[in-house]
Every structure is written in C-alpha cells, then in structure tokens.
Design a protein around this ligand. Sequence first.
Ligand SMILES: Nc1ncnc2c1ncn2[C@@H]1O[C@H](COP(=O)(O)OP(=O)(O)OP(=O)(O)O)[C@@H](O)[C@H]1O
Length: 218
Amino acid sequence: MVLEFEGVEKSFRDSEGLVPVLRGVSFGLKAGETLALTGESGSGKSTVLHIAAGLEAADAGAVRVSGQDMAQMDDAARAGLRRTDIALVFQQFNLIPSLTVADNITFQAALSGRVDKTHVDGLVEALGLGPQMRKYPEALSGGQQQRVAIARALAARPRLMLADEPTGNLDEATAEDVLAQMLKLVAQTGAALLMVTHSPAIAARMDREIHLSGGQLT
Ligand SMILES: Nc1ncnc2c1ncn2[C@@H]1O[C@H](COP(=O)(O)OP(=O)(O)OP(=O)(O)O)[C@@H](O)[C@H]1O
C-alpha cells in the first residue's frame, strides 16, 4: 500500500468548541491506483489530503505512507518523506514567480537529489512545455502553469500524488487536456493518485471513488 488511513479522526476548534471533521476514515491506495475523493463543500476532503501529506496530524487513527506511520516520525523525517515520496498539485498552481519554468520544474526534485534529466525531458515533451522553459510563470496561461505544476510534481518520481481540484481553475477544454495528460503521466510513472474533485465526470475516470459525508466515507 502506498497510502493507508485507518480510523482517522480529526477535529478543529472554533468559537463554539471542537468541531469533528473526520470521524473514523479508513481507506487504502495501492501503487498505480487512482482514487477520487468527493463530498460536499466543507466535508473534509482537503483535510484528508493535508493529513495524507503530513501537513496536518490526525487526532487519532493511523496514517501510513509507503508503510511508514506518520505519527511515529519527527518533523524532519516527515519532511524527508514528503520530498521523496509525495507530490502535491493544487487548484492554485503555486509556482515560484522568481524562477523560470525550467527551474520551477526541477527545484523540488533537486532538493532530494532526484533530478533525472531524461525523465524530466520526457515530462516536458509530453506536456508540450518545451517552448516555455525559459519563461517566468506570469507569462504563461493557466493551463500552461498547471502543466508546469504537474511536471514539477512528477519530476522526483513520487509514489503518491495528491491533487486538490487540479483542473478547477481551468476552462472546460483546457481542464480536459490537462487532466488527460496528468492521468497518462501518472499511469506511466506508476504513482498512486488521490484526487479531490467536485466533478462526477472526473471522478468516473478514476479507478475508484470514495465519498465523504458526515465525517465518514459512504
Ligand atoms: N485549519 C483549520 N482550522 C479550523 N477549521 C478548519 C481548518 N481546516 C479545515 N477546517 C474546517 O474543517 C471543515 C472541512 O474543511 P475542508 O477544507 O477539509 O473541506 P472540503 O471538503 O475540502 O471543502 P471544499 O470543497 O469547500 O474545499 C470545514 O468546516 C473547515 O472550516
């Protein structure tokens, strides 16, 4: 298993006290598998993604990435696992404005010493980013920026890709192109994909779908 949630619970505190968001969430994701996570606004989808990425801690239950229990690791070990095994793609592209497209793509992979030029060249080619490599993000369209974010995410050959509405900011035709390219590349690299989406059509393109409601999977 690349990702395992076992009885995960999470609450947040607001002015009225503790608000439970996840009430015992369990699922597993294998290498090469794609999983859609759906649910109404506020149902806790992003919270699941943040916990899977080790950006937030579960209150109870176990979260394992590549078999390693996140709660048993210190911050440095979690950060290391994030660099080597996990990639994130968000609705906002989160590129670094002061770096060229080429440097945006390789910056994070370089941190973990995992830049394989042939692999990166293949991603750039597949995503049609060749002509953009020396430009800065501000000169790119939204679809091009998300392609850069996808290339960056896959550059370090992650085992787990976590995506939060990755095509939510794109027009329909561009979203379709970007999604198709992303799914093809994820399949080629053998990564497991957990993708939050509001779109039943997009969810239907994944191997499986899990739905969050009332803090539990239905
Ligand atoms: N850091 C936080 N502090 C306090 N409350 C939080 C925090 N993060 C999330 N919440 C609350 O937890 C609930 C679930 O939020 P989350 O963002 O996971 O939902 P979501 O399903 O991703 O929603 P959306 O589809 O609107 O993005 C919401 O009520 C939100 O206000």
